[in-house]
Design a protein around this ligand. Sequence first.
Ligand code: NAD
Length: 357
Amino acid sequence: MHAKIVALPGDGIGPEVVVEAERVLQLVAGKFGHTFAIERFPMGGCAIDSHGDPLPEHTLAACKQADAVLLGAVGGPKWDDPKAKTRPEVGLLKIRKELGLFANLRPIKTYQPLLDSSPLKREIVEGVDILFFRELTGGLYFGESGRRPHPSGEQAYSTMIYSTEEIARIVRLSCQAAMKRRKKLTMVDKANVLEVSRLWRQVSQEIVSKEFPELTYDVVLVDSMAMHLLSRPRDFDVVVTENMFGDILTDEGSMLTGSLGMLPSASLGTPGPGLYEPIHGSAPDIAGKGIANPLATILAGAMLLRHSLNLEEEARCIEAAVDRILIEGFRTKDIARGGASLSTNQMGDKVIEVIKG
Ligand code: NAD
């Protein structure tokens, strides 16, 4: 296969971690007989500096023509001035909108050798492997909102709004993913209170029963889910939910692993390229020191292979290499718990050594 990948290293530690993911992707391409053309473009604070725009036109055009986009992170104190004409995050929101990225995928997986990094007890987090699908372009964050006069001062309102189509497309994606995993799907809503949730329940029930009858499917109320995630997270496989519930639950879920530097994410909008990135930010406190953990970005590369290029075996090869180096005890500073640690580049080297075999 020949694939065109756009890399957007961004700011802070972004370029440091993206370069490691690029090396790993190129190695995997060679090993499995593919060619990947990876081209870099400016985005975020660095693009404001060079082009006056956090998402320059030529960057956006390249992303639209690519098979997939790999992003580092954007932002930092240099561009934090609230009076500035534009901000790095504006680029992030714009690229999501322009690429129609309606599904945010966040795997929450704990690694045996890192179980003690979690704030929760080992026996609770051991073996957790959840794939969250959060709807990304609808719901409360995008519905009509405003303020109006009220006898007590003002009244503010935000509207949660979803159409059948918006629900169906993400539920379908989550079902397809569940079929490739443990064939288990959980839909999270608040159907005892919200009409919007009742539509989610109706649409997903219909899709599962008509198109994916082999799935084990259940629905859980969002307030219960917040508790179950901390008490019995192992019971969940693929979880699908609307935008705000997903925003909150995925952040709660990320704490199960306790290590920000390990978690990748993907945003998909079919058809068109997906966007893959670590969930962490630009970490200005450690930028330039060469100590950032590159594994989240390397794992985002594995997601890119799986979801945009349909290269499952190649994705697993990267994930297995990450598992192996952790088992062998290699750590960057953030996960070393005071023990010996490797630099960003050395950690990338370890993954590469394992893949080379
Ligand atoms: P952050 O994720 O950048 O950092 C939080 C803490 O985790 C820091 O102590 C950092 O050193 C550490 N950390 C993060 N990633 C790490 C890694 N790979 N290896 C080792 N340690 C790591 O969050 P923040 O400090 O709240 O935000 C910093 C900047 O990043 C802000 O400008 C914010 O707006 C931006 N941000 C960008 C994105 C994105 O690009 N998608 C996401 C979140 C935050």
